[in-house]
Design a binder for this molecule. Structure first.
Ligand code: ZN
Length: 230
């Protein structure tokens, strides 16, 4: 998705002045299409382009889902002028860890971008649990109620869940309710009036001449009283 947005941003930057001058004739449309295809074939995204696209996506989601006043106060969220993103300013300014981990980007918990980032990180850490996934995410981002969101995305949400990890949480199949017994099983009748039949074997047995032979058995089961006759 970052690459797609990167292409779109490059495209809009390149074509914006040209499009405004064009009139909608077929000739110009064809010319414009060829120019577009040639440009798309020649385009190569740099790391800077990808970073700009990434920041644009996050910025849009932060605008869609702004943090509440309480959340902004608790996490000390401030506007980063350089990247134009909301970041959490904690107490690790003097730490030797990466700058992105010191001031992580605020990720709204309700955003679908957050779900995508959680799913991607979960796969990167080879299906590790919520603690390791959260620790990896916090190298760059900060999600309020992070563990709950990770559990929700990877296990409980049917659209985003990881099938490898949600397998132990799946409930076993429950048998359907049993129908009422038929009348010949629930009314008093003669023994073996209604009988079930089953066969078993072969069993190795010896006959009167002490020779080994195959034997088969029959089980008669009274359906009313559960009496058995072999
Ligand atoms: Zn998984």
């Amino acid at each position: 998705m970052v690459r797609t947005v990167g292409y779109i941003l490059r495209l809009t930057t390149k074509f914006r002045p040209t499009f405004s001058e064009l009139t909608p004739t077929e000739e110009l449309k064809l010319h414009n299409r060829n120019k577009f295809l040639n440009f798309m074939r020649s385009i190569t995204l740099s790391i800077q382009d990808l970073q700009i696209a990434h920041d644009a996506i996050i910025r849009q989601e932060q605008c869609r889902h702004p943090p509440s006043l309480r959340c902004a106060k608790d996490l000390n969220i401030k506007f980063d002028v350089k990247t134009k993103l909301l970041r959490c300013f904690g107490r690790y300014e003097r730490s030797a860890i990466e700058q992105e981990a010191i001031n992580p980007i605020y990720l709204p918990p309700d955003s679908w971008i957050t779900s995508l980032i959680v799913s991607e990180t979960h796969l990167k850490v080879l299906h590790a649990g919520p603690t390791i996934t959260l620790a990896t995410i916090r190298q760059k981002y900060w999600i309020p109620q992070g563990k709950t969101i990770i559990r929700k995305v990877t296990i409980y949400n049917k659209q985003t869940r990881c099938y490898k990890c949600c397998r132990p949480h799946v409930k076993p199949y429950t048998a359907p309710p049993e129908p009422p017994l038929p009348s010949f099983r629930s009314n008093a009748l003669q023994v073996f009036e209604n009988t079930g039949l089953d066969y078993f074997g072969p069993l190795k047995t010896r006959n009167s001449s002490n020779e080994i032979m195959k034997s088969y058995g029959v089980i008669f089961d009274c359906l009313t009283y559960r009496a058995i006759k072999l």
